[in-house]
Design a protein around this ligand. Sequence first.
Ligand code: F6R
Length: 611
Amino acid sequence: MCGIVGYSGYRDASDVLVSGLTRLEYRGYDSAGIAVFEKDGNVTQVKAKGELKNLKNKLSDEYKPVGITGIGHTRWATHGEPSDLNSHPHRGRRVTIVHNGIIENYAELKAFLTDNGYEFFTATDTEVAANLLDYYYKGDPLRCITDFMSEVVGSFALGIMFDDIKDTIYAVRKESPLIVGVGDNEAFIASDVTAILEYTKKYYLLEHNEIAKLTANSVEFYNHRLKRFEKELKIADWDLNAAEKGGYPHYMIKEIHEQPTAVKTTITPRIKNGLPDLSECGITAEKLQTYRRIFIVACGTAMYAGMVGKYLIEGLARVPVEVDVASEFRYRNPIIGKGDLVIIISQSGETADSLEALKISKSLGAETLGIVNVKGSSIARNSDMLIYTHAGPEIAVASTKAYMVQLSVMYLFAFKLALAKGAISIEECERLTKGLAATPELIQNSIDTVINDCQFVATKLVAADDLFYLGRGLDYALSLEGSLKLKEITYIHSESYASGELKHGPISLICEGMPVIAIATQKSLIPKTVSNVEEVKARGAMTILVCDEETVFGEETQKALDYIIKVPKTDEVLMPMSAIVPLQLLAYYTSVNKGIDMDKPRNLAKSVTVE
Ligand code: F6R
């Protein structure tokens, strides 16, 4: 979702802003713009609808503002269509801003400002925010910002420049994330650290209701009562290479290939003496014994990682688990409280619905565990217990390596819980943990084994309008993610069904040539899933089966299977780590064949920081 960059220093601000916005492209956007304090003291804006290259063309073909201080923005439209006019920055009379978030009471504020003589030219809530700041601006920027904060309902991260305070940027946040970077004689603001890694690794995390004032040589922080305070300086442990393509044609395929390393980095420090050890995350056996029920709350892919977690936890630890879509959980008045554990899974750690679900769970007395990739993110900071996944930056909008490490944490947690609850023996836990420790090689092996098959089968999927994924048990949980991946980046309509549900309705949709991808890795369920595949084949479907390398089928069954993709075998419970790989690659290569830029699929944003 919207990306913010701001710069004050000695370099060409236009260049720094555009380079930062390029690194934030992955968040998803539909237009972009910059505003720079020019040498003559004027603020010049350049904006363009569509891809960043349109803005770059404008800057090279028409006019590039020259100055050392400016703010920039990639916009993901909420109020008002994507257009040059609606792109940020936006101006009040003496104020220029970029904004991430939603001003919920903008209509009321607009009416108030209109009554006070302000005019509006765009359909955005941000223009209202810019004018409200102007309304409160009486020469004291900090006072103006706190007055603004007390009026506005909603979420915001703002980069602000006041016309009469040259080469200074103000920043403030509520809910929406913002960091402040510092280099030698330069300072930055950004939606996330990837935007500034080229220049510095040193940054501060701006917290809710905190204000920052930046010049080339100073960074000051104030709270909402205008009391100045110091903040802890952080050093990013992601390097620039991690945020670049490194020779791969797309971030998504690079990230698929990074999965073995990411899993290794995530699990290795958490396995001690052959058993899972989550004590550094605040999770002890004594604590685990107390939980009666577990809720896993997340969105999209992270929620599907939670679905795998449910099967694992219930199957191994015999503790009931509910998996909830965060946007539903927060409004369904959930029945939770003391003795319940709520696990929030999030790559970005900033997903608005997941963050709210976390806050609600805490307020109801449940304990919370965050499983988060981005260090210092809101969900990470607000969780009672925290397990960081170590996927490094995930740039492709379609999540792959973040999902894989989320799965690996689900395993660690389920094994630990099962042992703590006495549901499995120590020997069994050791055996499972050993299998998990070997998954980095397993995933690599799976990539190497299936990549050619996936490239080939993907050529059969390009023409499809509709597609089904089927599975039972853990394979069903996996098929949900496979289906989401495909629809996100190929724009093919795809649904996932528990195989047993087919006959209760969805089978009516099967028609000649429609691809059906079934996953069958759980021994006791294979015959059942395969007979569902035979049923769809009999109705004309083109069938693709993902199974382990040791599965053999009789002659009759073979006839019902148009394509078989065999993945390396491991313990049945760990098969999702192997079997998800072809689902990711099928989606990727189908997207490649369709000529889609899968790193930035239409309408999607990487980090969904508004409801
Ligand atoms: C899909 C995808 C999304 C995210 C979802 C939650 O590929 O990436 O479905 O999983 O938006 O995001 P996080 O994990 O950042 O909370």
